[in-house]
Design a protein around this ligand. Sequence first.
Ligand SMILES: [Zn+2]
Length: 303
Amino acid sequence: MSTHALTILGSSSALPTSHRFPSAQIVQFFGRFFLIDCGEGTQMQLRKIKVSFAKIQAIFISHLHGDHFLGVFGVLSSFNLLGRTSPLTLYCPPGLQEIIMCHMQFGDYSLNYKLQFITLPKDDHVQIFSDKKISVIAHKVSHRVPCWAFEFTQNVTTRNLKKEYISQYNLSISQIATLKSGKDVLLENSEVLSHTECTYLAPKSSYVYITDTRFLPSLTNHIKAPTLLYHEATFEAKCKQRAHETYHSTSEQAACFAKAVNAKKLIIGHFSARYKQIDKLLNEAREIFPETYAAEDLQSFSF
Ligand SMILES: [Zn+2]
């Protein structure tokens, strides 16, 4: 069973509505919690989903339009008021460090935890984070200001148990864990149960976040079959020209992108406030890529 999950905190574009906050989301991946974009009101949304603030180890900001970062001041301040001591890394476009430092200076406050800024790279496809289990790649996209997509990928391979073996051998939780870790199990009747026989290599999971960009077919060459893809769909298909002019994408383009990269599932979001209902956008996308879902605030998707 997968433990990776995406939770949408905000799914509107620049103008929030009564039921859609501006962009923000939480990704839980191999036990790590990342906040991606941080629109106004993010900390209130975080409270609603009851995620422990202390668990968030990094924040990734795609670009410096207000609907993607104005919530960061409140989040940083609340982390401080809640007594955070663990360090926090902020992956951000050039300029955000200065903006935050300036605010601290004029607001006359400091943080009791270490805030590390990592400026997103000028080059197009750069790995910005890697540990034992996962890597994160920043991809440049095409927007009115410098903007990045984020790709979270799994480094390690994991094993899943073939279900029939659980009941056949009445396996305990610890025996299952042993087999999944790649070791054999000695059964009570002295029989050795081989992990290669009763487990299989699970496909690697990945999550890709692409927002605020013109349709960018060239990026499809750099993204391989994500388990879950979030792609902005600010406009419906017929507003293709408007999308191009404002450096955004349509529902149809998001679906074409998902199809081209062979994604397993697509979530569309960043909807223009002009759409009271987004059924039309969802249906347009599903015509091209049936496994499409429309983001709703506070909704989770496992992957
Ligand atoms: Zn933008």
